[in-house]
Design a protein around this ligand. Structure first.
Ligand SMILES: Nc1ncnc2c1ncn2[C@@H]1O[C@H](COP(=O)(O)OP(=O)(O)OP(=O)(O)O)[C@@H](O)[C@H]1O
Ligand SMILES: [Mg+2]
Length: 473
């Protein structure tokens, strides 16, 4: 067969760029995507500035990574830029810098100095309005006197990269861009960015990444402190059995590591401030579930990936689920890297594990809350089990989080216990067994060993299920 005739069809710049501005980034995710690049470039310091000046407001992300030379910087502005990636690298698509930036602003300037002696400072600018006007993929090559002064001084004499976002049309949407509302909105954005980065990069910020250096991020001059969803510094946190599951799919093969934790109840935390901080950006109920890490960077926080609903009684369960980019296709990771879809075979394998973890979390939750024969149930808790320690806690702090519409009513047994595993409900427990269980729970609570008891109950369920059942666990 001879050569087939082809005709080149180049995408129209104006319309394509408009579509590429809408890939699903919000501000937090967009900033995190730029920080990914800094980490890949070996940066140990990333400084973020959110500056309010009405229509002239800007956001700047600077790093001390290895930087780029003239050629690399131009290539970095190409949609689908080309290079080799290592197994553990955060980048993959060659889109992030452009797509994340233009999802928030109309003008992106990047200045960079490569990590080679005598390297010059290079600058490029992508202007959405210019591309729309000429309908061509053109960027500006900045002459030395065109480099933005602030960005230049932030870089100093060393290697590194500065990304500057101006004309923040997607961030500042107030009619009066100089008004108080617009200013407050931008301040709130800075707080939101701080909280998000503290969560998604917590392993980098705490120096927990193998072969990685400690990363320091600042937002408007304040250092971002790592937020550990599993509260491993709290002595009451119980790590459960780790699992490695092998995923083999058309999207790739690889290992998924699961590390489940059951957090302590409020009175098991070292302080009420620690309990409050542990509740996380979305609050206790919605922060339960999976924390999905791709190459140590968190890309999804909380929720059970449709394996079960979030609910009050299982809110202490949090599970780290980790994979590497070899499984990107299997997990449906997209350019914004903001969520995943579990591969089907993994969903099947996770079902029973999730039930077990939630069973332990449910037990830990109820240990402090179950009414005892000596403590009558208070009227407000007619549908909520009230523990004997409730009088020691502040009722407003103790109140259950609001539960999503799809969650179970308060006080109902968790689906895990309702289906299969025995539920600790009074209807199915005869009085002597019930009092033995209550005595054990009371003793464990007395000596502050609720989470140890929760682990014993898990082991008991596996080793002697009849005994566990008889005791009402
Ligand atoms: N801060 C930086 N320091 C050094 N090089 C950078 C920096 N930011 C971007 N680059 C270079 O520009 C390239 C393009 O970045 P971009 O974020 O668009 O894509 P990517 O990181 O390769 O993939 P992804 O779309 O998954 O983010 C990077 O591969 C990297 O070589
Ligand atoms: Mg990138």
């Amino acid at each position: 067969m001879g050569l087939r005739k082809t005709v080149e069809v180049v995408p129209r710049a104006r319309r394509t760029l408009t579509s590429l501005r809408n890939l699903g980034y919000d501000l937090r995710h967009a900033v995190a995507d730029i920080v990914d690049n800094s980490i890949s470039a070996g940066a140990t310091v990333v400084d973020i500035t959110v500056h309010f000046a009405g229509r002239g407001s800007w956001i700047r992300i600077s790093d001390n990574g290895r930087g780029m030379n003239a050629e690399e910087l131009t290539e970095a502005f190409r949609y689908g830029s080309d290079r080799e990636y290592s197994k553990t690298e955060l980048g993959r698509f060659g889109f992030g810098l452009k797509a994340a930036s233009t999802s928030q602003c109309r003008k992106v300037t990047v200045i960079s100095r490569a990590d080679t002696s005598g390297a010059a400072l290079e600058g490029r600018e992508l202007d959405v309005d210019h591309i729309a006007e000429v309908d061509n993929w053109e960027i500006f090559e900045l002459a030395p006197d065109e480099l933005p002064e602030g960005a230049r001084s932030v870089l100093g004499d060393g290697p590194g990269t500065v990304v500057l976002w101006e004309d923040l049309d997607r961030v500042l949407q107030y009619q009066d861009p100089f008004g108080g509302w617009a200013k407050r909105q931008l301040i709130a954005c800075a707080e939101d960015i701080d909280q998000h980065l503290a969560m998604v990069f917590h392993r980098f910020l705490a120096g927990e990444v193998a072969d990685g250096e400690l990363l320091r991020i600042t937002v408007n001059g304040s250092r971002v402190e790592p937020w550990d969803p599993f509260c491993r510094a709290e002595s009451g946190t119980s790590p459960l059995q780790e699992e490695d599951l092998e995923v083999r799919s058309r999207g790739g093969n690889g290992i998924v590591r699961l590390r489940p934790f059951v957090l302590p109840n409020q009175d098991g935390f070292s302080s009420s401030a620690a309990w409050k901080r542990a509740s996380g950006p979305k609050n206790w109920n919605r922060q339960q579930g999976f924390y999905v890490y791709r190459a140590d960077r968190m890309i999804q926080a909380g929720g059970w990936c449709r394996l079960r609903a979030v609910e009050e009684h299982t809110k202490l369960a949090r599970v780290s689920l980790e994979f590497f980019p070899e499984l990107d296709s299997a997990f449906g990771v997209n350019v914004a890297k903001a969520s995943v879809t579990l591969p089907e075979e993994l969903r099947v394998a996770l079902g029973p594990l999730v039930s077990t973890w939630c069973g332990v979390a449910n037990t830990a939750y109820r240990l402090k809350r179950r009414p005892t024969s000596s403590t009558p149930t208070r009227p407000r808790s007619s549908s909520t089990p009230t523990g004997r320690h409730i009088s020691q806690t502040n009722p407003s702090q103790d109140a259950p989080d609001r539960v999503r519409g799809d969650a179970q009513p308060k006080g109902a047994a968790s689906p895990a216990l309702a289906s299969g595993a025995p539920a600790a409900t009074s209807q199915i427990v005869d009085p002597p067994a019930s009092s033995a269980r209550q005595a054990l729970e009371a003793a464990a609570a007395q000596v502050g060993e609720d989470s140890a008891l929760a682990r014993i109950v898990t082991a008991l369920r596996t080793m002697s299920p009849e005994v566990a059942r008889d005791l009402g666990w």
